[in-house]
Structure formats: structure tokens, C-alpha cells
Ligand binder design. Sequence first.
Ligand code: NAD
Length: 479
Amino acid sequence: MSVIAYPAPSLFIAGIWRAASDGGMIPVVNPATGETIADLPVATRADLDEALAAADIGFKIWRAVSAYDRAKILRAAAQLVRERAPLIGAISTTEQGKPIAESTAEAFACADIFDWYAEEARRAYGRIVPSKHPGVRHLVTKEPIGPVAAFSPWNFPTTIPSRKLAAALAAGCSVIIKPAEETPGSALALARALDDAGLPKGVLNVVFGVPADISSYLIASPVIRKITFTGSTAVGKQLGVLAAQGMKPTTMELGGHAPVIVFADADIDRAAAMMAGGKYRNAGQICIAPTRFYLHDSIHDAFVEQFVKAAGRLKVGNGLDRETTMGPLANPRRVTAMGEFIADAQAHGARLAAGGASNGGPGNFWQPTVLADVPNDARIMNEEPFGPVAVTQRFESFDQVVAEANRLPYGLAAYAWTQSARTVADIGDAIEAGMVGINFLGLTGPETPFGGVKESGHGSEGGSEGLEAYLHHKYIAQG
Ligand code: NAD
């Protein structure tokens, strides 16, 4: 196991790496050991005012830089992230827990995101609309929307900030980002790469603190013109209300409770292996994690058997150990939540087919868990577990399973397995979700839109849609 010297976190305001103005700090804890690994500065109101002033000036500077030159800086940052990926991966694992191979791959993915948006912003084309008036031109141009307040969570501590930063910066916006207090080092490593790549001072500012205090203060500021948040639906609704008071547009990437529909004709071995990989990756703390398994009655038991075997092959432990394939949960709150979900499901008649317990500590470990035949009145069939627990139900007909899959207010990701071309087409149309994986798991990439419908949020990150989120359209009539 290779342990690194975890870098001391700081605020990054107006291009300066510094402590809080009143010296306030909160601890950062390694979720695999429970040990405090650093003290994190907590921004005061005065620090936030400085960040807002810097973002205001930074926007004026950055929007005047051509997309061509912005791209050079973003590509240089991407290259630095690539070179530093092993270190960034180790920082992420130390503060977040996931296996080091996953953290390192995540850092490389960030570099790809920066490269992709650097180029995409060079194609932020407007259009010329034919006029009915002789000699008149109607121009539609795209302009950066303004300074952005971004809030990112702890589960993907580098890729989620990267999606927000790459698209906003490529579009010409300045940003104040508040990454999760649990995982400051990963986001600061990205900011360091951007700073080293020559991003003008004040264009990016990084702050930490009490999330509700920071978000309410930043969102209310007239400087901020756009809000982007990834986290729970409950918090997304609160931030949406605050944003509406200033009529500010939002991108909301919120919770999910992804259904997985396995039809009778599916390739069970491939489906079970791929879905178990998706379910337990990052200890299930993924908003698009496969969770509600609707299995055709004829294959239910065979699928569960395969899935339980795959769960049993996982090696749970400290993510810095190269043999570990599933790390701890992010914080003790998640461990308590898993225990409550499972006890409640069993009380409602669910059968525990695998796992079901913590390891008792130290660290926030939870066994890969499978609950079979879980009734709809169990909490876990209705609330996002955000942990390593899969639940199953049986179905008979297409219409019945579509109704079940669409039953919840969530609509982020959904998965389906079938070998019928007819069913592939029908299920893709019938599912209420922002993303549908059919005979496939991977739904994230710089090139494709990522986002939900219903209470899973609105707007997309990823793809050209992700760039549009930071642009507004201006119509200019030239007579
Ligand atoms: P939480 O709701 O307290 O926090 C989730 C994230 O939102 C954290 O990063 C937190 O810093 C941030 N946050 C909380 N209140 C905020 C506020 N008022 N303003 C700005 N940011 C705020 O929950 P938690 O216990 O840390 O995480 C568990 C829940 O969070 C899960 O059930 C899951 O639904 C959700 N979550 C979702 C994602 C995602 O990718 N969509 C990521 C992490 C957490």
C-alpha cells in the first residue's frame, strides 16, 4: 500500500492560495481509517466577498480572451492533469476511499474532459437568419453567461468538478466552485493545474465552508449569473428556490434510483457481470448506479445467483491497497443509512441474498449487499440508497415492468437487457430517464449529455449540451 503525504488544503481566491481570513478550519478525514488527514480552511463572508469580486473582474478578463486562446490554456491544464494523474489519484483515494485504479482513471478522464471542451468552445457557432427587410441582417450570437457558482459532491471528486469547470471556462465564464468539504484535495489539484497552465488570476476561485451558508450567500450575489449543482434532490430543490429569487438559470444533477430491466431473453452472464461491476463501483455511491433490478420471473433466481457470485468476488478494503476492488463509504452517515435501509427491507419481507453488514470499523466499510424480492413499501424501493445495495423484484410483462421502472419521481439513468431488437427499441422509448443503457453500462463521457428528468434534475453536463449551459443567445439586428 503506497501512502502519500496528503497536501495541506487551502482556499484559492483571486489567484492566491491561502488560509481563511479568520483562521477557521474543519478536519478532513480518511474514510478508510477514520483518521484526520488535514485541516481545511473555512471561508468567511469577507473571503466570499473577495472571491465574488475576483470572479467579477475575472469574467471581464476571460470573456475577452478568444476561444482559440482559452483552448490553449485548457489543453495545457489537461496535459498537467495527465502527468499528475497518479498523484491526483492517490489524493482522491486518501480523502474519498475508492480504489486507487479508479481514482487514477478518473484523473485521466478529467484531462479528456478539459481537452474536449477546449475544442468544443471553438465551435460555439451562432447563425444568420434571413430577413424580410432588404439590407437587414439578423445575427444570433452566443456569449458566456457570466460568473458561475458551482457546487460539487464527494463521490467523483475530480470528474464532477471537471465537467463544470471545463465547460464553464471553455465558454468564457469565470467560476467560484465549492467542492465537497470531504474531498478538497482532488478539486484543488485541478485548480493547481489550471493555475500552472496560465489561467488568469480570479477566473477560478475555490472556497470551502458550511455548504448552506456558502451557497445561499453566493447565489444571492448579483455577481453570480449561473448556478450548477450536483448532489441530492432535496438540496437541489433548496438551491433552485434561491436561484429563482434572482431569476438565475441552473443546471441540476440530482439523485437517481436506476432501474435495471432484465428480460427473459437477455444474456444473463454478461448482464450480471456488467451490472455488478456498475452497482459496486465506488461502493455504490453513484447517482447512475444500477439499483432496482426488475428480473423476468423465468430468470430471476439464475440472475440473482450470478450477481451474488460477482458480489462475493469483490475485495473490500482500503483503496490505497492495489488488491482492493471496493473501498469504504464516504462518511459514517452512509454506514448508518445502509443499516437502516436493510433492516427496514427485511422487516417488509425482503430476503438477504448477500452481505448486509458493516465490518464494524475502523473505516466506513459496508459489504456488497443483495436484497431479493423487496416489496414496494420498503423504503429502499423508494429512496436512493447511494451505497452498495442491489434490490430485486420479479415481473411478467413489458407494460408491468415499465410502470414499475417509471414509478418513482427519479429519472436519471436506466438500464435494460434483451436480445430482441423490438424490445431494445420499445424500452428505449418507454423509460422515463435522461439516460438509458441497453445491453451497456457506460453512460459518462465528455462527448455525450449527462443529466436527468423529473426530480433527478434538469440540464446536461457533457456533450455540446454541457457547453450550451454556460452560454446565452443574443440576437443582434443590423439595419
Ligand atoms: P448531503 O445532501 O448533505 O450532501 C450532498 C452534497 O451536497 C455534498 O457535496 C454537500 O457538500 C452538498 N450540499 C449539501 N447541502 C448543500 C447546500 N445547502 N448548498 C450547497 N451544497 C450543499 O448528503 P450526503 O450525506 O453528503 O450525501 C448523501 C446524499 O447525497 C445521497 O443520498 C445522494 O442522493 C446525494 N449525492 C448525490 C450525488 C450525485 O452525484 N448526484 C453525489 C453525492 C451525494
